[in-house]
Design a protein. Structure first.
Length: 444
């Protein structure tokens, strides 16, 4: 947005009367606080007051009553005017992504977006700019009186599936493009009702912003088309949704690329080694609910082991085949991620882990050229291939023990995140015990 054009002008020019101030909580849930057009200039300059308690709600919508935030205490939502857009799926409504600030106007230490920006700025000082794309999968379904109807049963890349949902998918793509989000391709995935729209990369914080807008757009357009959309990692039996995170690092050129080293540079290998080194802790940020670990299983294309490989879709870190005439396409794909993650925190963790690999000049083990699930336990041990955490509880323990990631988050953000996620894990295990008792009573 130009300096001459105010947010008020933009609202008037686009016919927007209500503006959603959008942010993401520790739980990964997208939230919004809306203001009338008459108040939007004040919101941009002064922020909008918000209770700190919002950051204490877990994925189940339950407040962590033993957490650090009580009924007293407020912060400010400060919208970023550069992210303003008119929402094509919501009449007379716009949106802006927000930072969270203290009432004194300082960055709030618990704000994921500000924390990611600080890390990106530190990378920029070193001459490195991350370019990132979040590659999201989702399911479309109908729900009638509590009964779920899967949209189609056609299978991966089926033209029948593309016909089934053509108008809705086309509306999603149009809505994304109208908001300045580049769409590169679309295809139906293997499971019934599963789809994937691939968007182009963005730099730093803008990549996470784009992912938030993507999720909101897909969900909203699906509803206008008579469907429901879900990004849940394990939404149905025999179905999964991932969010593969594609990442490259740039100065003037892509520093991950080296034509003389099998396409991946020393920096690229060291960054990869950092991701593998911190993988058990990373998944606490990128696979952020109890449901996530129903997806992180061997041999279903979701990544369950700490290894890397060229074109290997069962590896935690995949190096996609680059364009042979374009080193700029070289990138790393982190596959143990899903859409329950707060994208700012997930990306912050990946960048911090990769940077640690670069700083310490770590070297990864040899790339894996087979499905690690087909290796014997002794073969995996010989290659240094370990199983990722099997539960959110185990992943949170790994995160708490990882000094690099805890330092990258900062004390306040790290402790708040752990509190919220542990409350989610405890609520899940308590409900599981109740289910188990009910089930066993019917057996015995």
């Amino acid at each position: 947005m130009s300096e001459q054009c105010t947010i008020g002008d933009a609202c008037r020019d686009t016919g927007v009367d209500l503006v959603r101030l959008v942010f993401v909580t520790q739980s990964g849930a997208i939230r919004a606080h809306s203001v009338d057009r008459s108040k939007v200039e004040s919101a941009v300059s002064k922020g909008v007051t918000l209770s700190q308690l919002v950051q204490s709600y877990n994925a189940l919508g339950l407040r962590d009553k033993s957490g650090r935030f009580d009924a007293a205490g407020e912060v400010r939502l400060l919208p970023d005017p550069d992210t303003f857009r008119s929402l094509p799926y919501a009449k007379r409504t716009g949106a802006m992504l927000c930072d969270l600030q203290t009432l004194d106007g300082d960055s709030w230490s618990v704000d994921p977006r500000s924390s990611l920006r600080a890390l990106c700025e530190s990378l920029d000082i070193e001459g490195l700019t991350p370019k990132v794309a979040f590659e999201s999968e989702f399911h479309l379904f109908r729900e009638d009186d509590g009964e779920v109807e899967r949209v189609d049963h056609r299978g991966a890349y089926s033209t029948g599936s593309t016909r089934e949902t053509h108008e809705t998918i086309l509306s999603m793509i149009d809505a994304l493009k109208s908001q300045g989000i580049p769409v590169e391709k679309y295809y139906p995935e293997y499971a019934a009702g599963k789809h994937e729209i691939v968007t182009g990369p963005r730099s730093g914080v803008s990549a996470a912003d784009q992912h938030v807008i993507f999720r909101e757009t897909v969900d909203s357009v699906a509803r206008t088309g008579g469907y429901r959309a879900t990004f849940l990692p394990k939404p149905f039996d025999h179905s999964t949704n991932g969010c593969h995170i594609h990442l490259s690092l740039w100065d003037d050129d892509n520093v991950l690329y080296d034509a003389e080293c099998d396409g991946l540079s020393d920096i690229g290998r060291r960054f990869t080694a950092g991701l593998l080194e911190h993988a058990p802790a990373l998944v606490a940020l990128t696979a952020a609910t109890a449901n996530s670990y129903a997806r992180l299983q061997p041999q279903i294309g979701a990544a369950a082991f700490t290894c890397w490989g060229h074109g290997n879709r069962e590896a935690l870190v995949r190096v996609p085949a680059p364009d042979p005439d374009d080193g700029a396409s070289t990138r790393l794909e982190f596959r143990a991620a899903d859409n329950t993650a707060n994208p700012y925190l997930g990306l912050l963790g990946l960048l911090a882990a990769g940077k640690d690999g670069i700083d310490r000049e770590l070297e990864p083990r040899a790339p894996v050229t087979v499905d690690p699930g087909n290796l014997s336990p002794s073969e995996r041990a010989d290659r240094g291939i370990e199983r990722l955490p099997r539960t959110l509880g185990d992943a949170l323990d790994a995160l708490e023990a990882d000094s690099v990631l805890m330092d990258a988050l900062g004390t306040d953000l790290a402790e708040t995140y752990l509190e919220v996620k542990r409350s989610h894990w405890e609520a899940f295990t308590e409900s599981a015990l109740s289910w188990e008792r009910d089930r066993l009573r019917s057996v015995y």
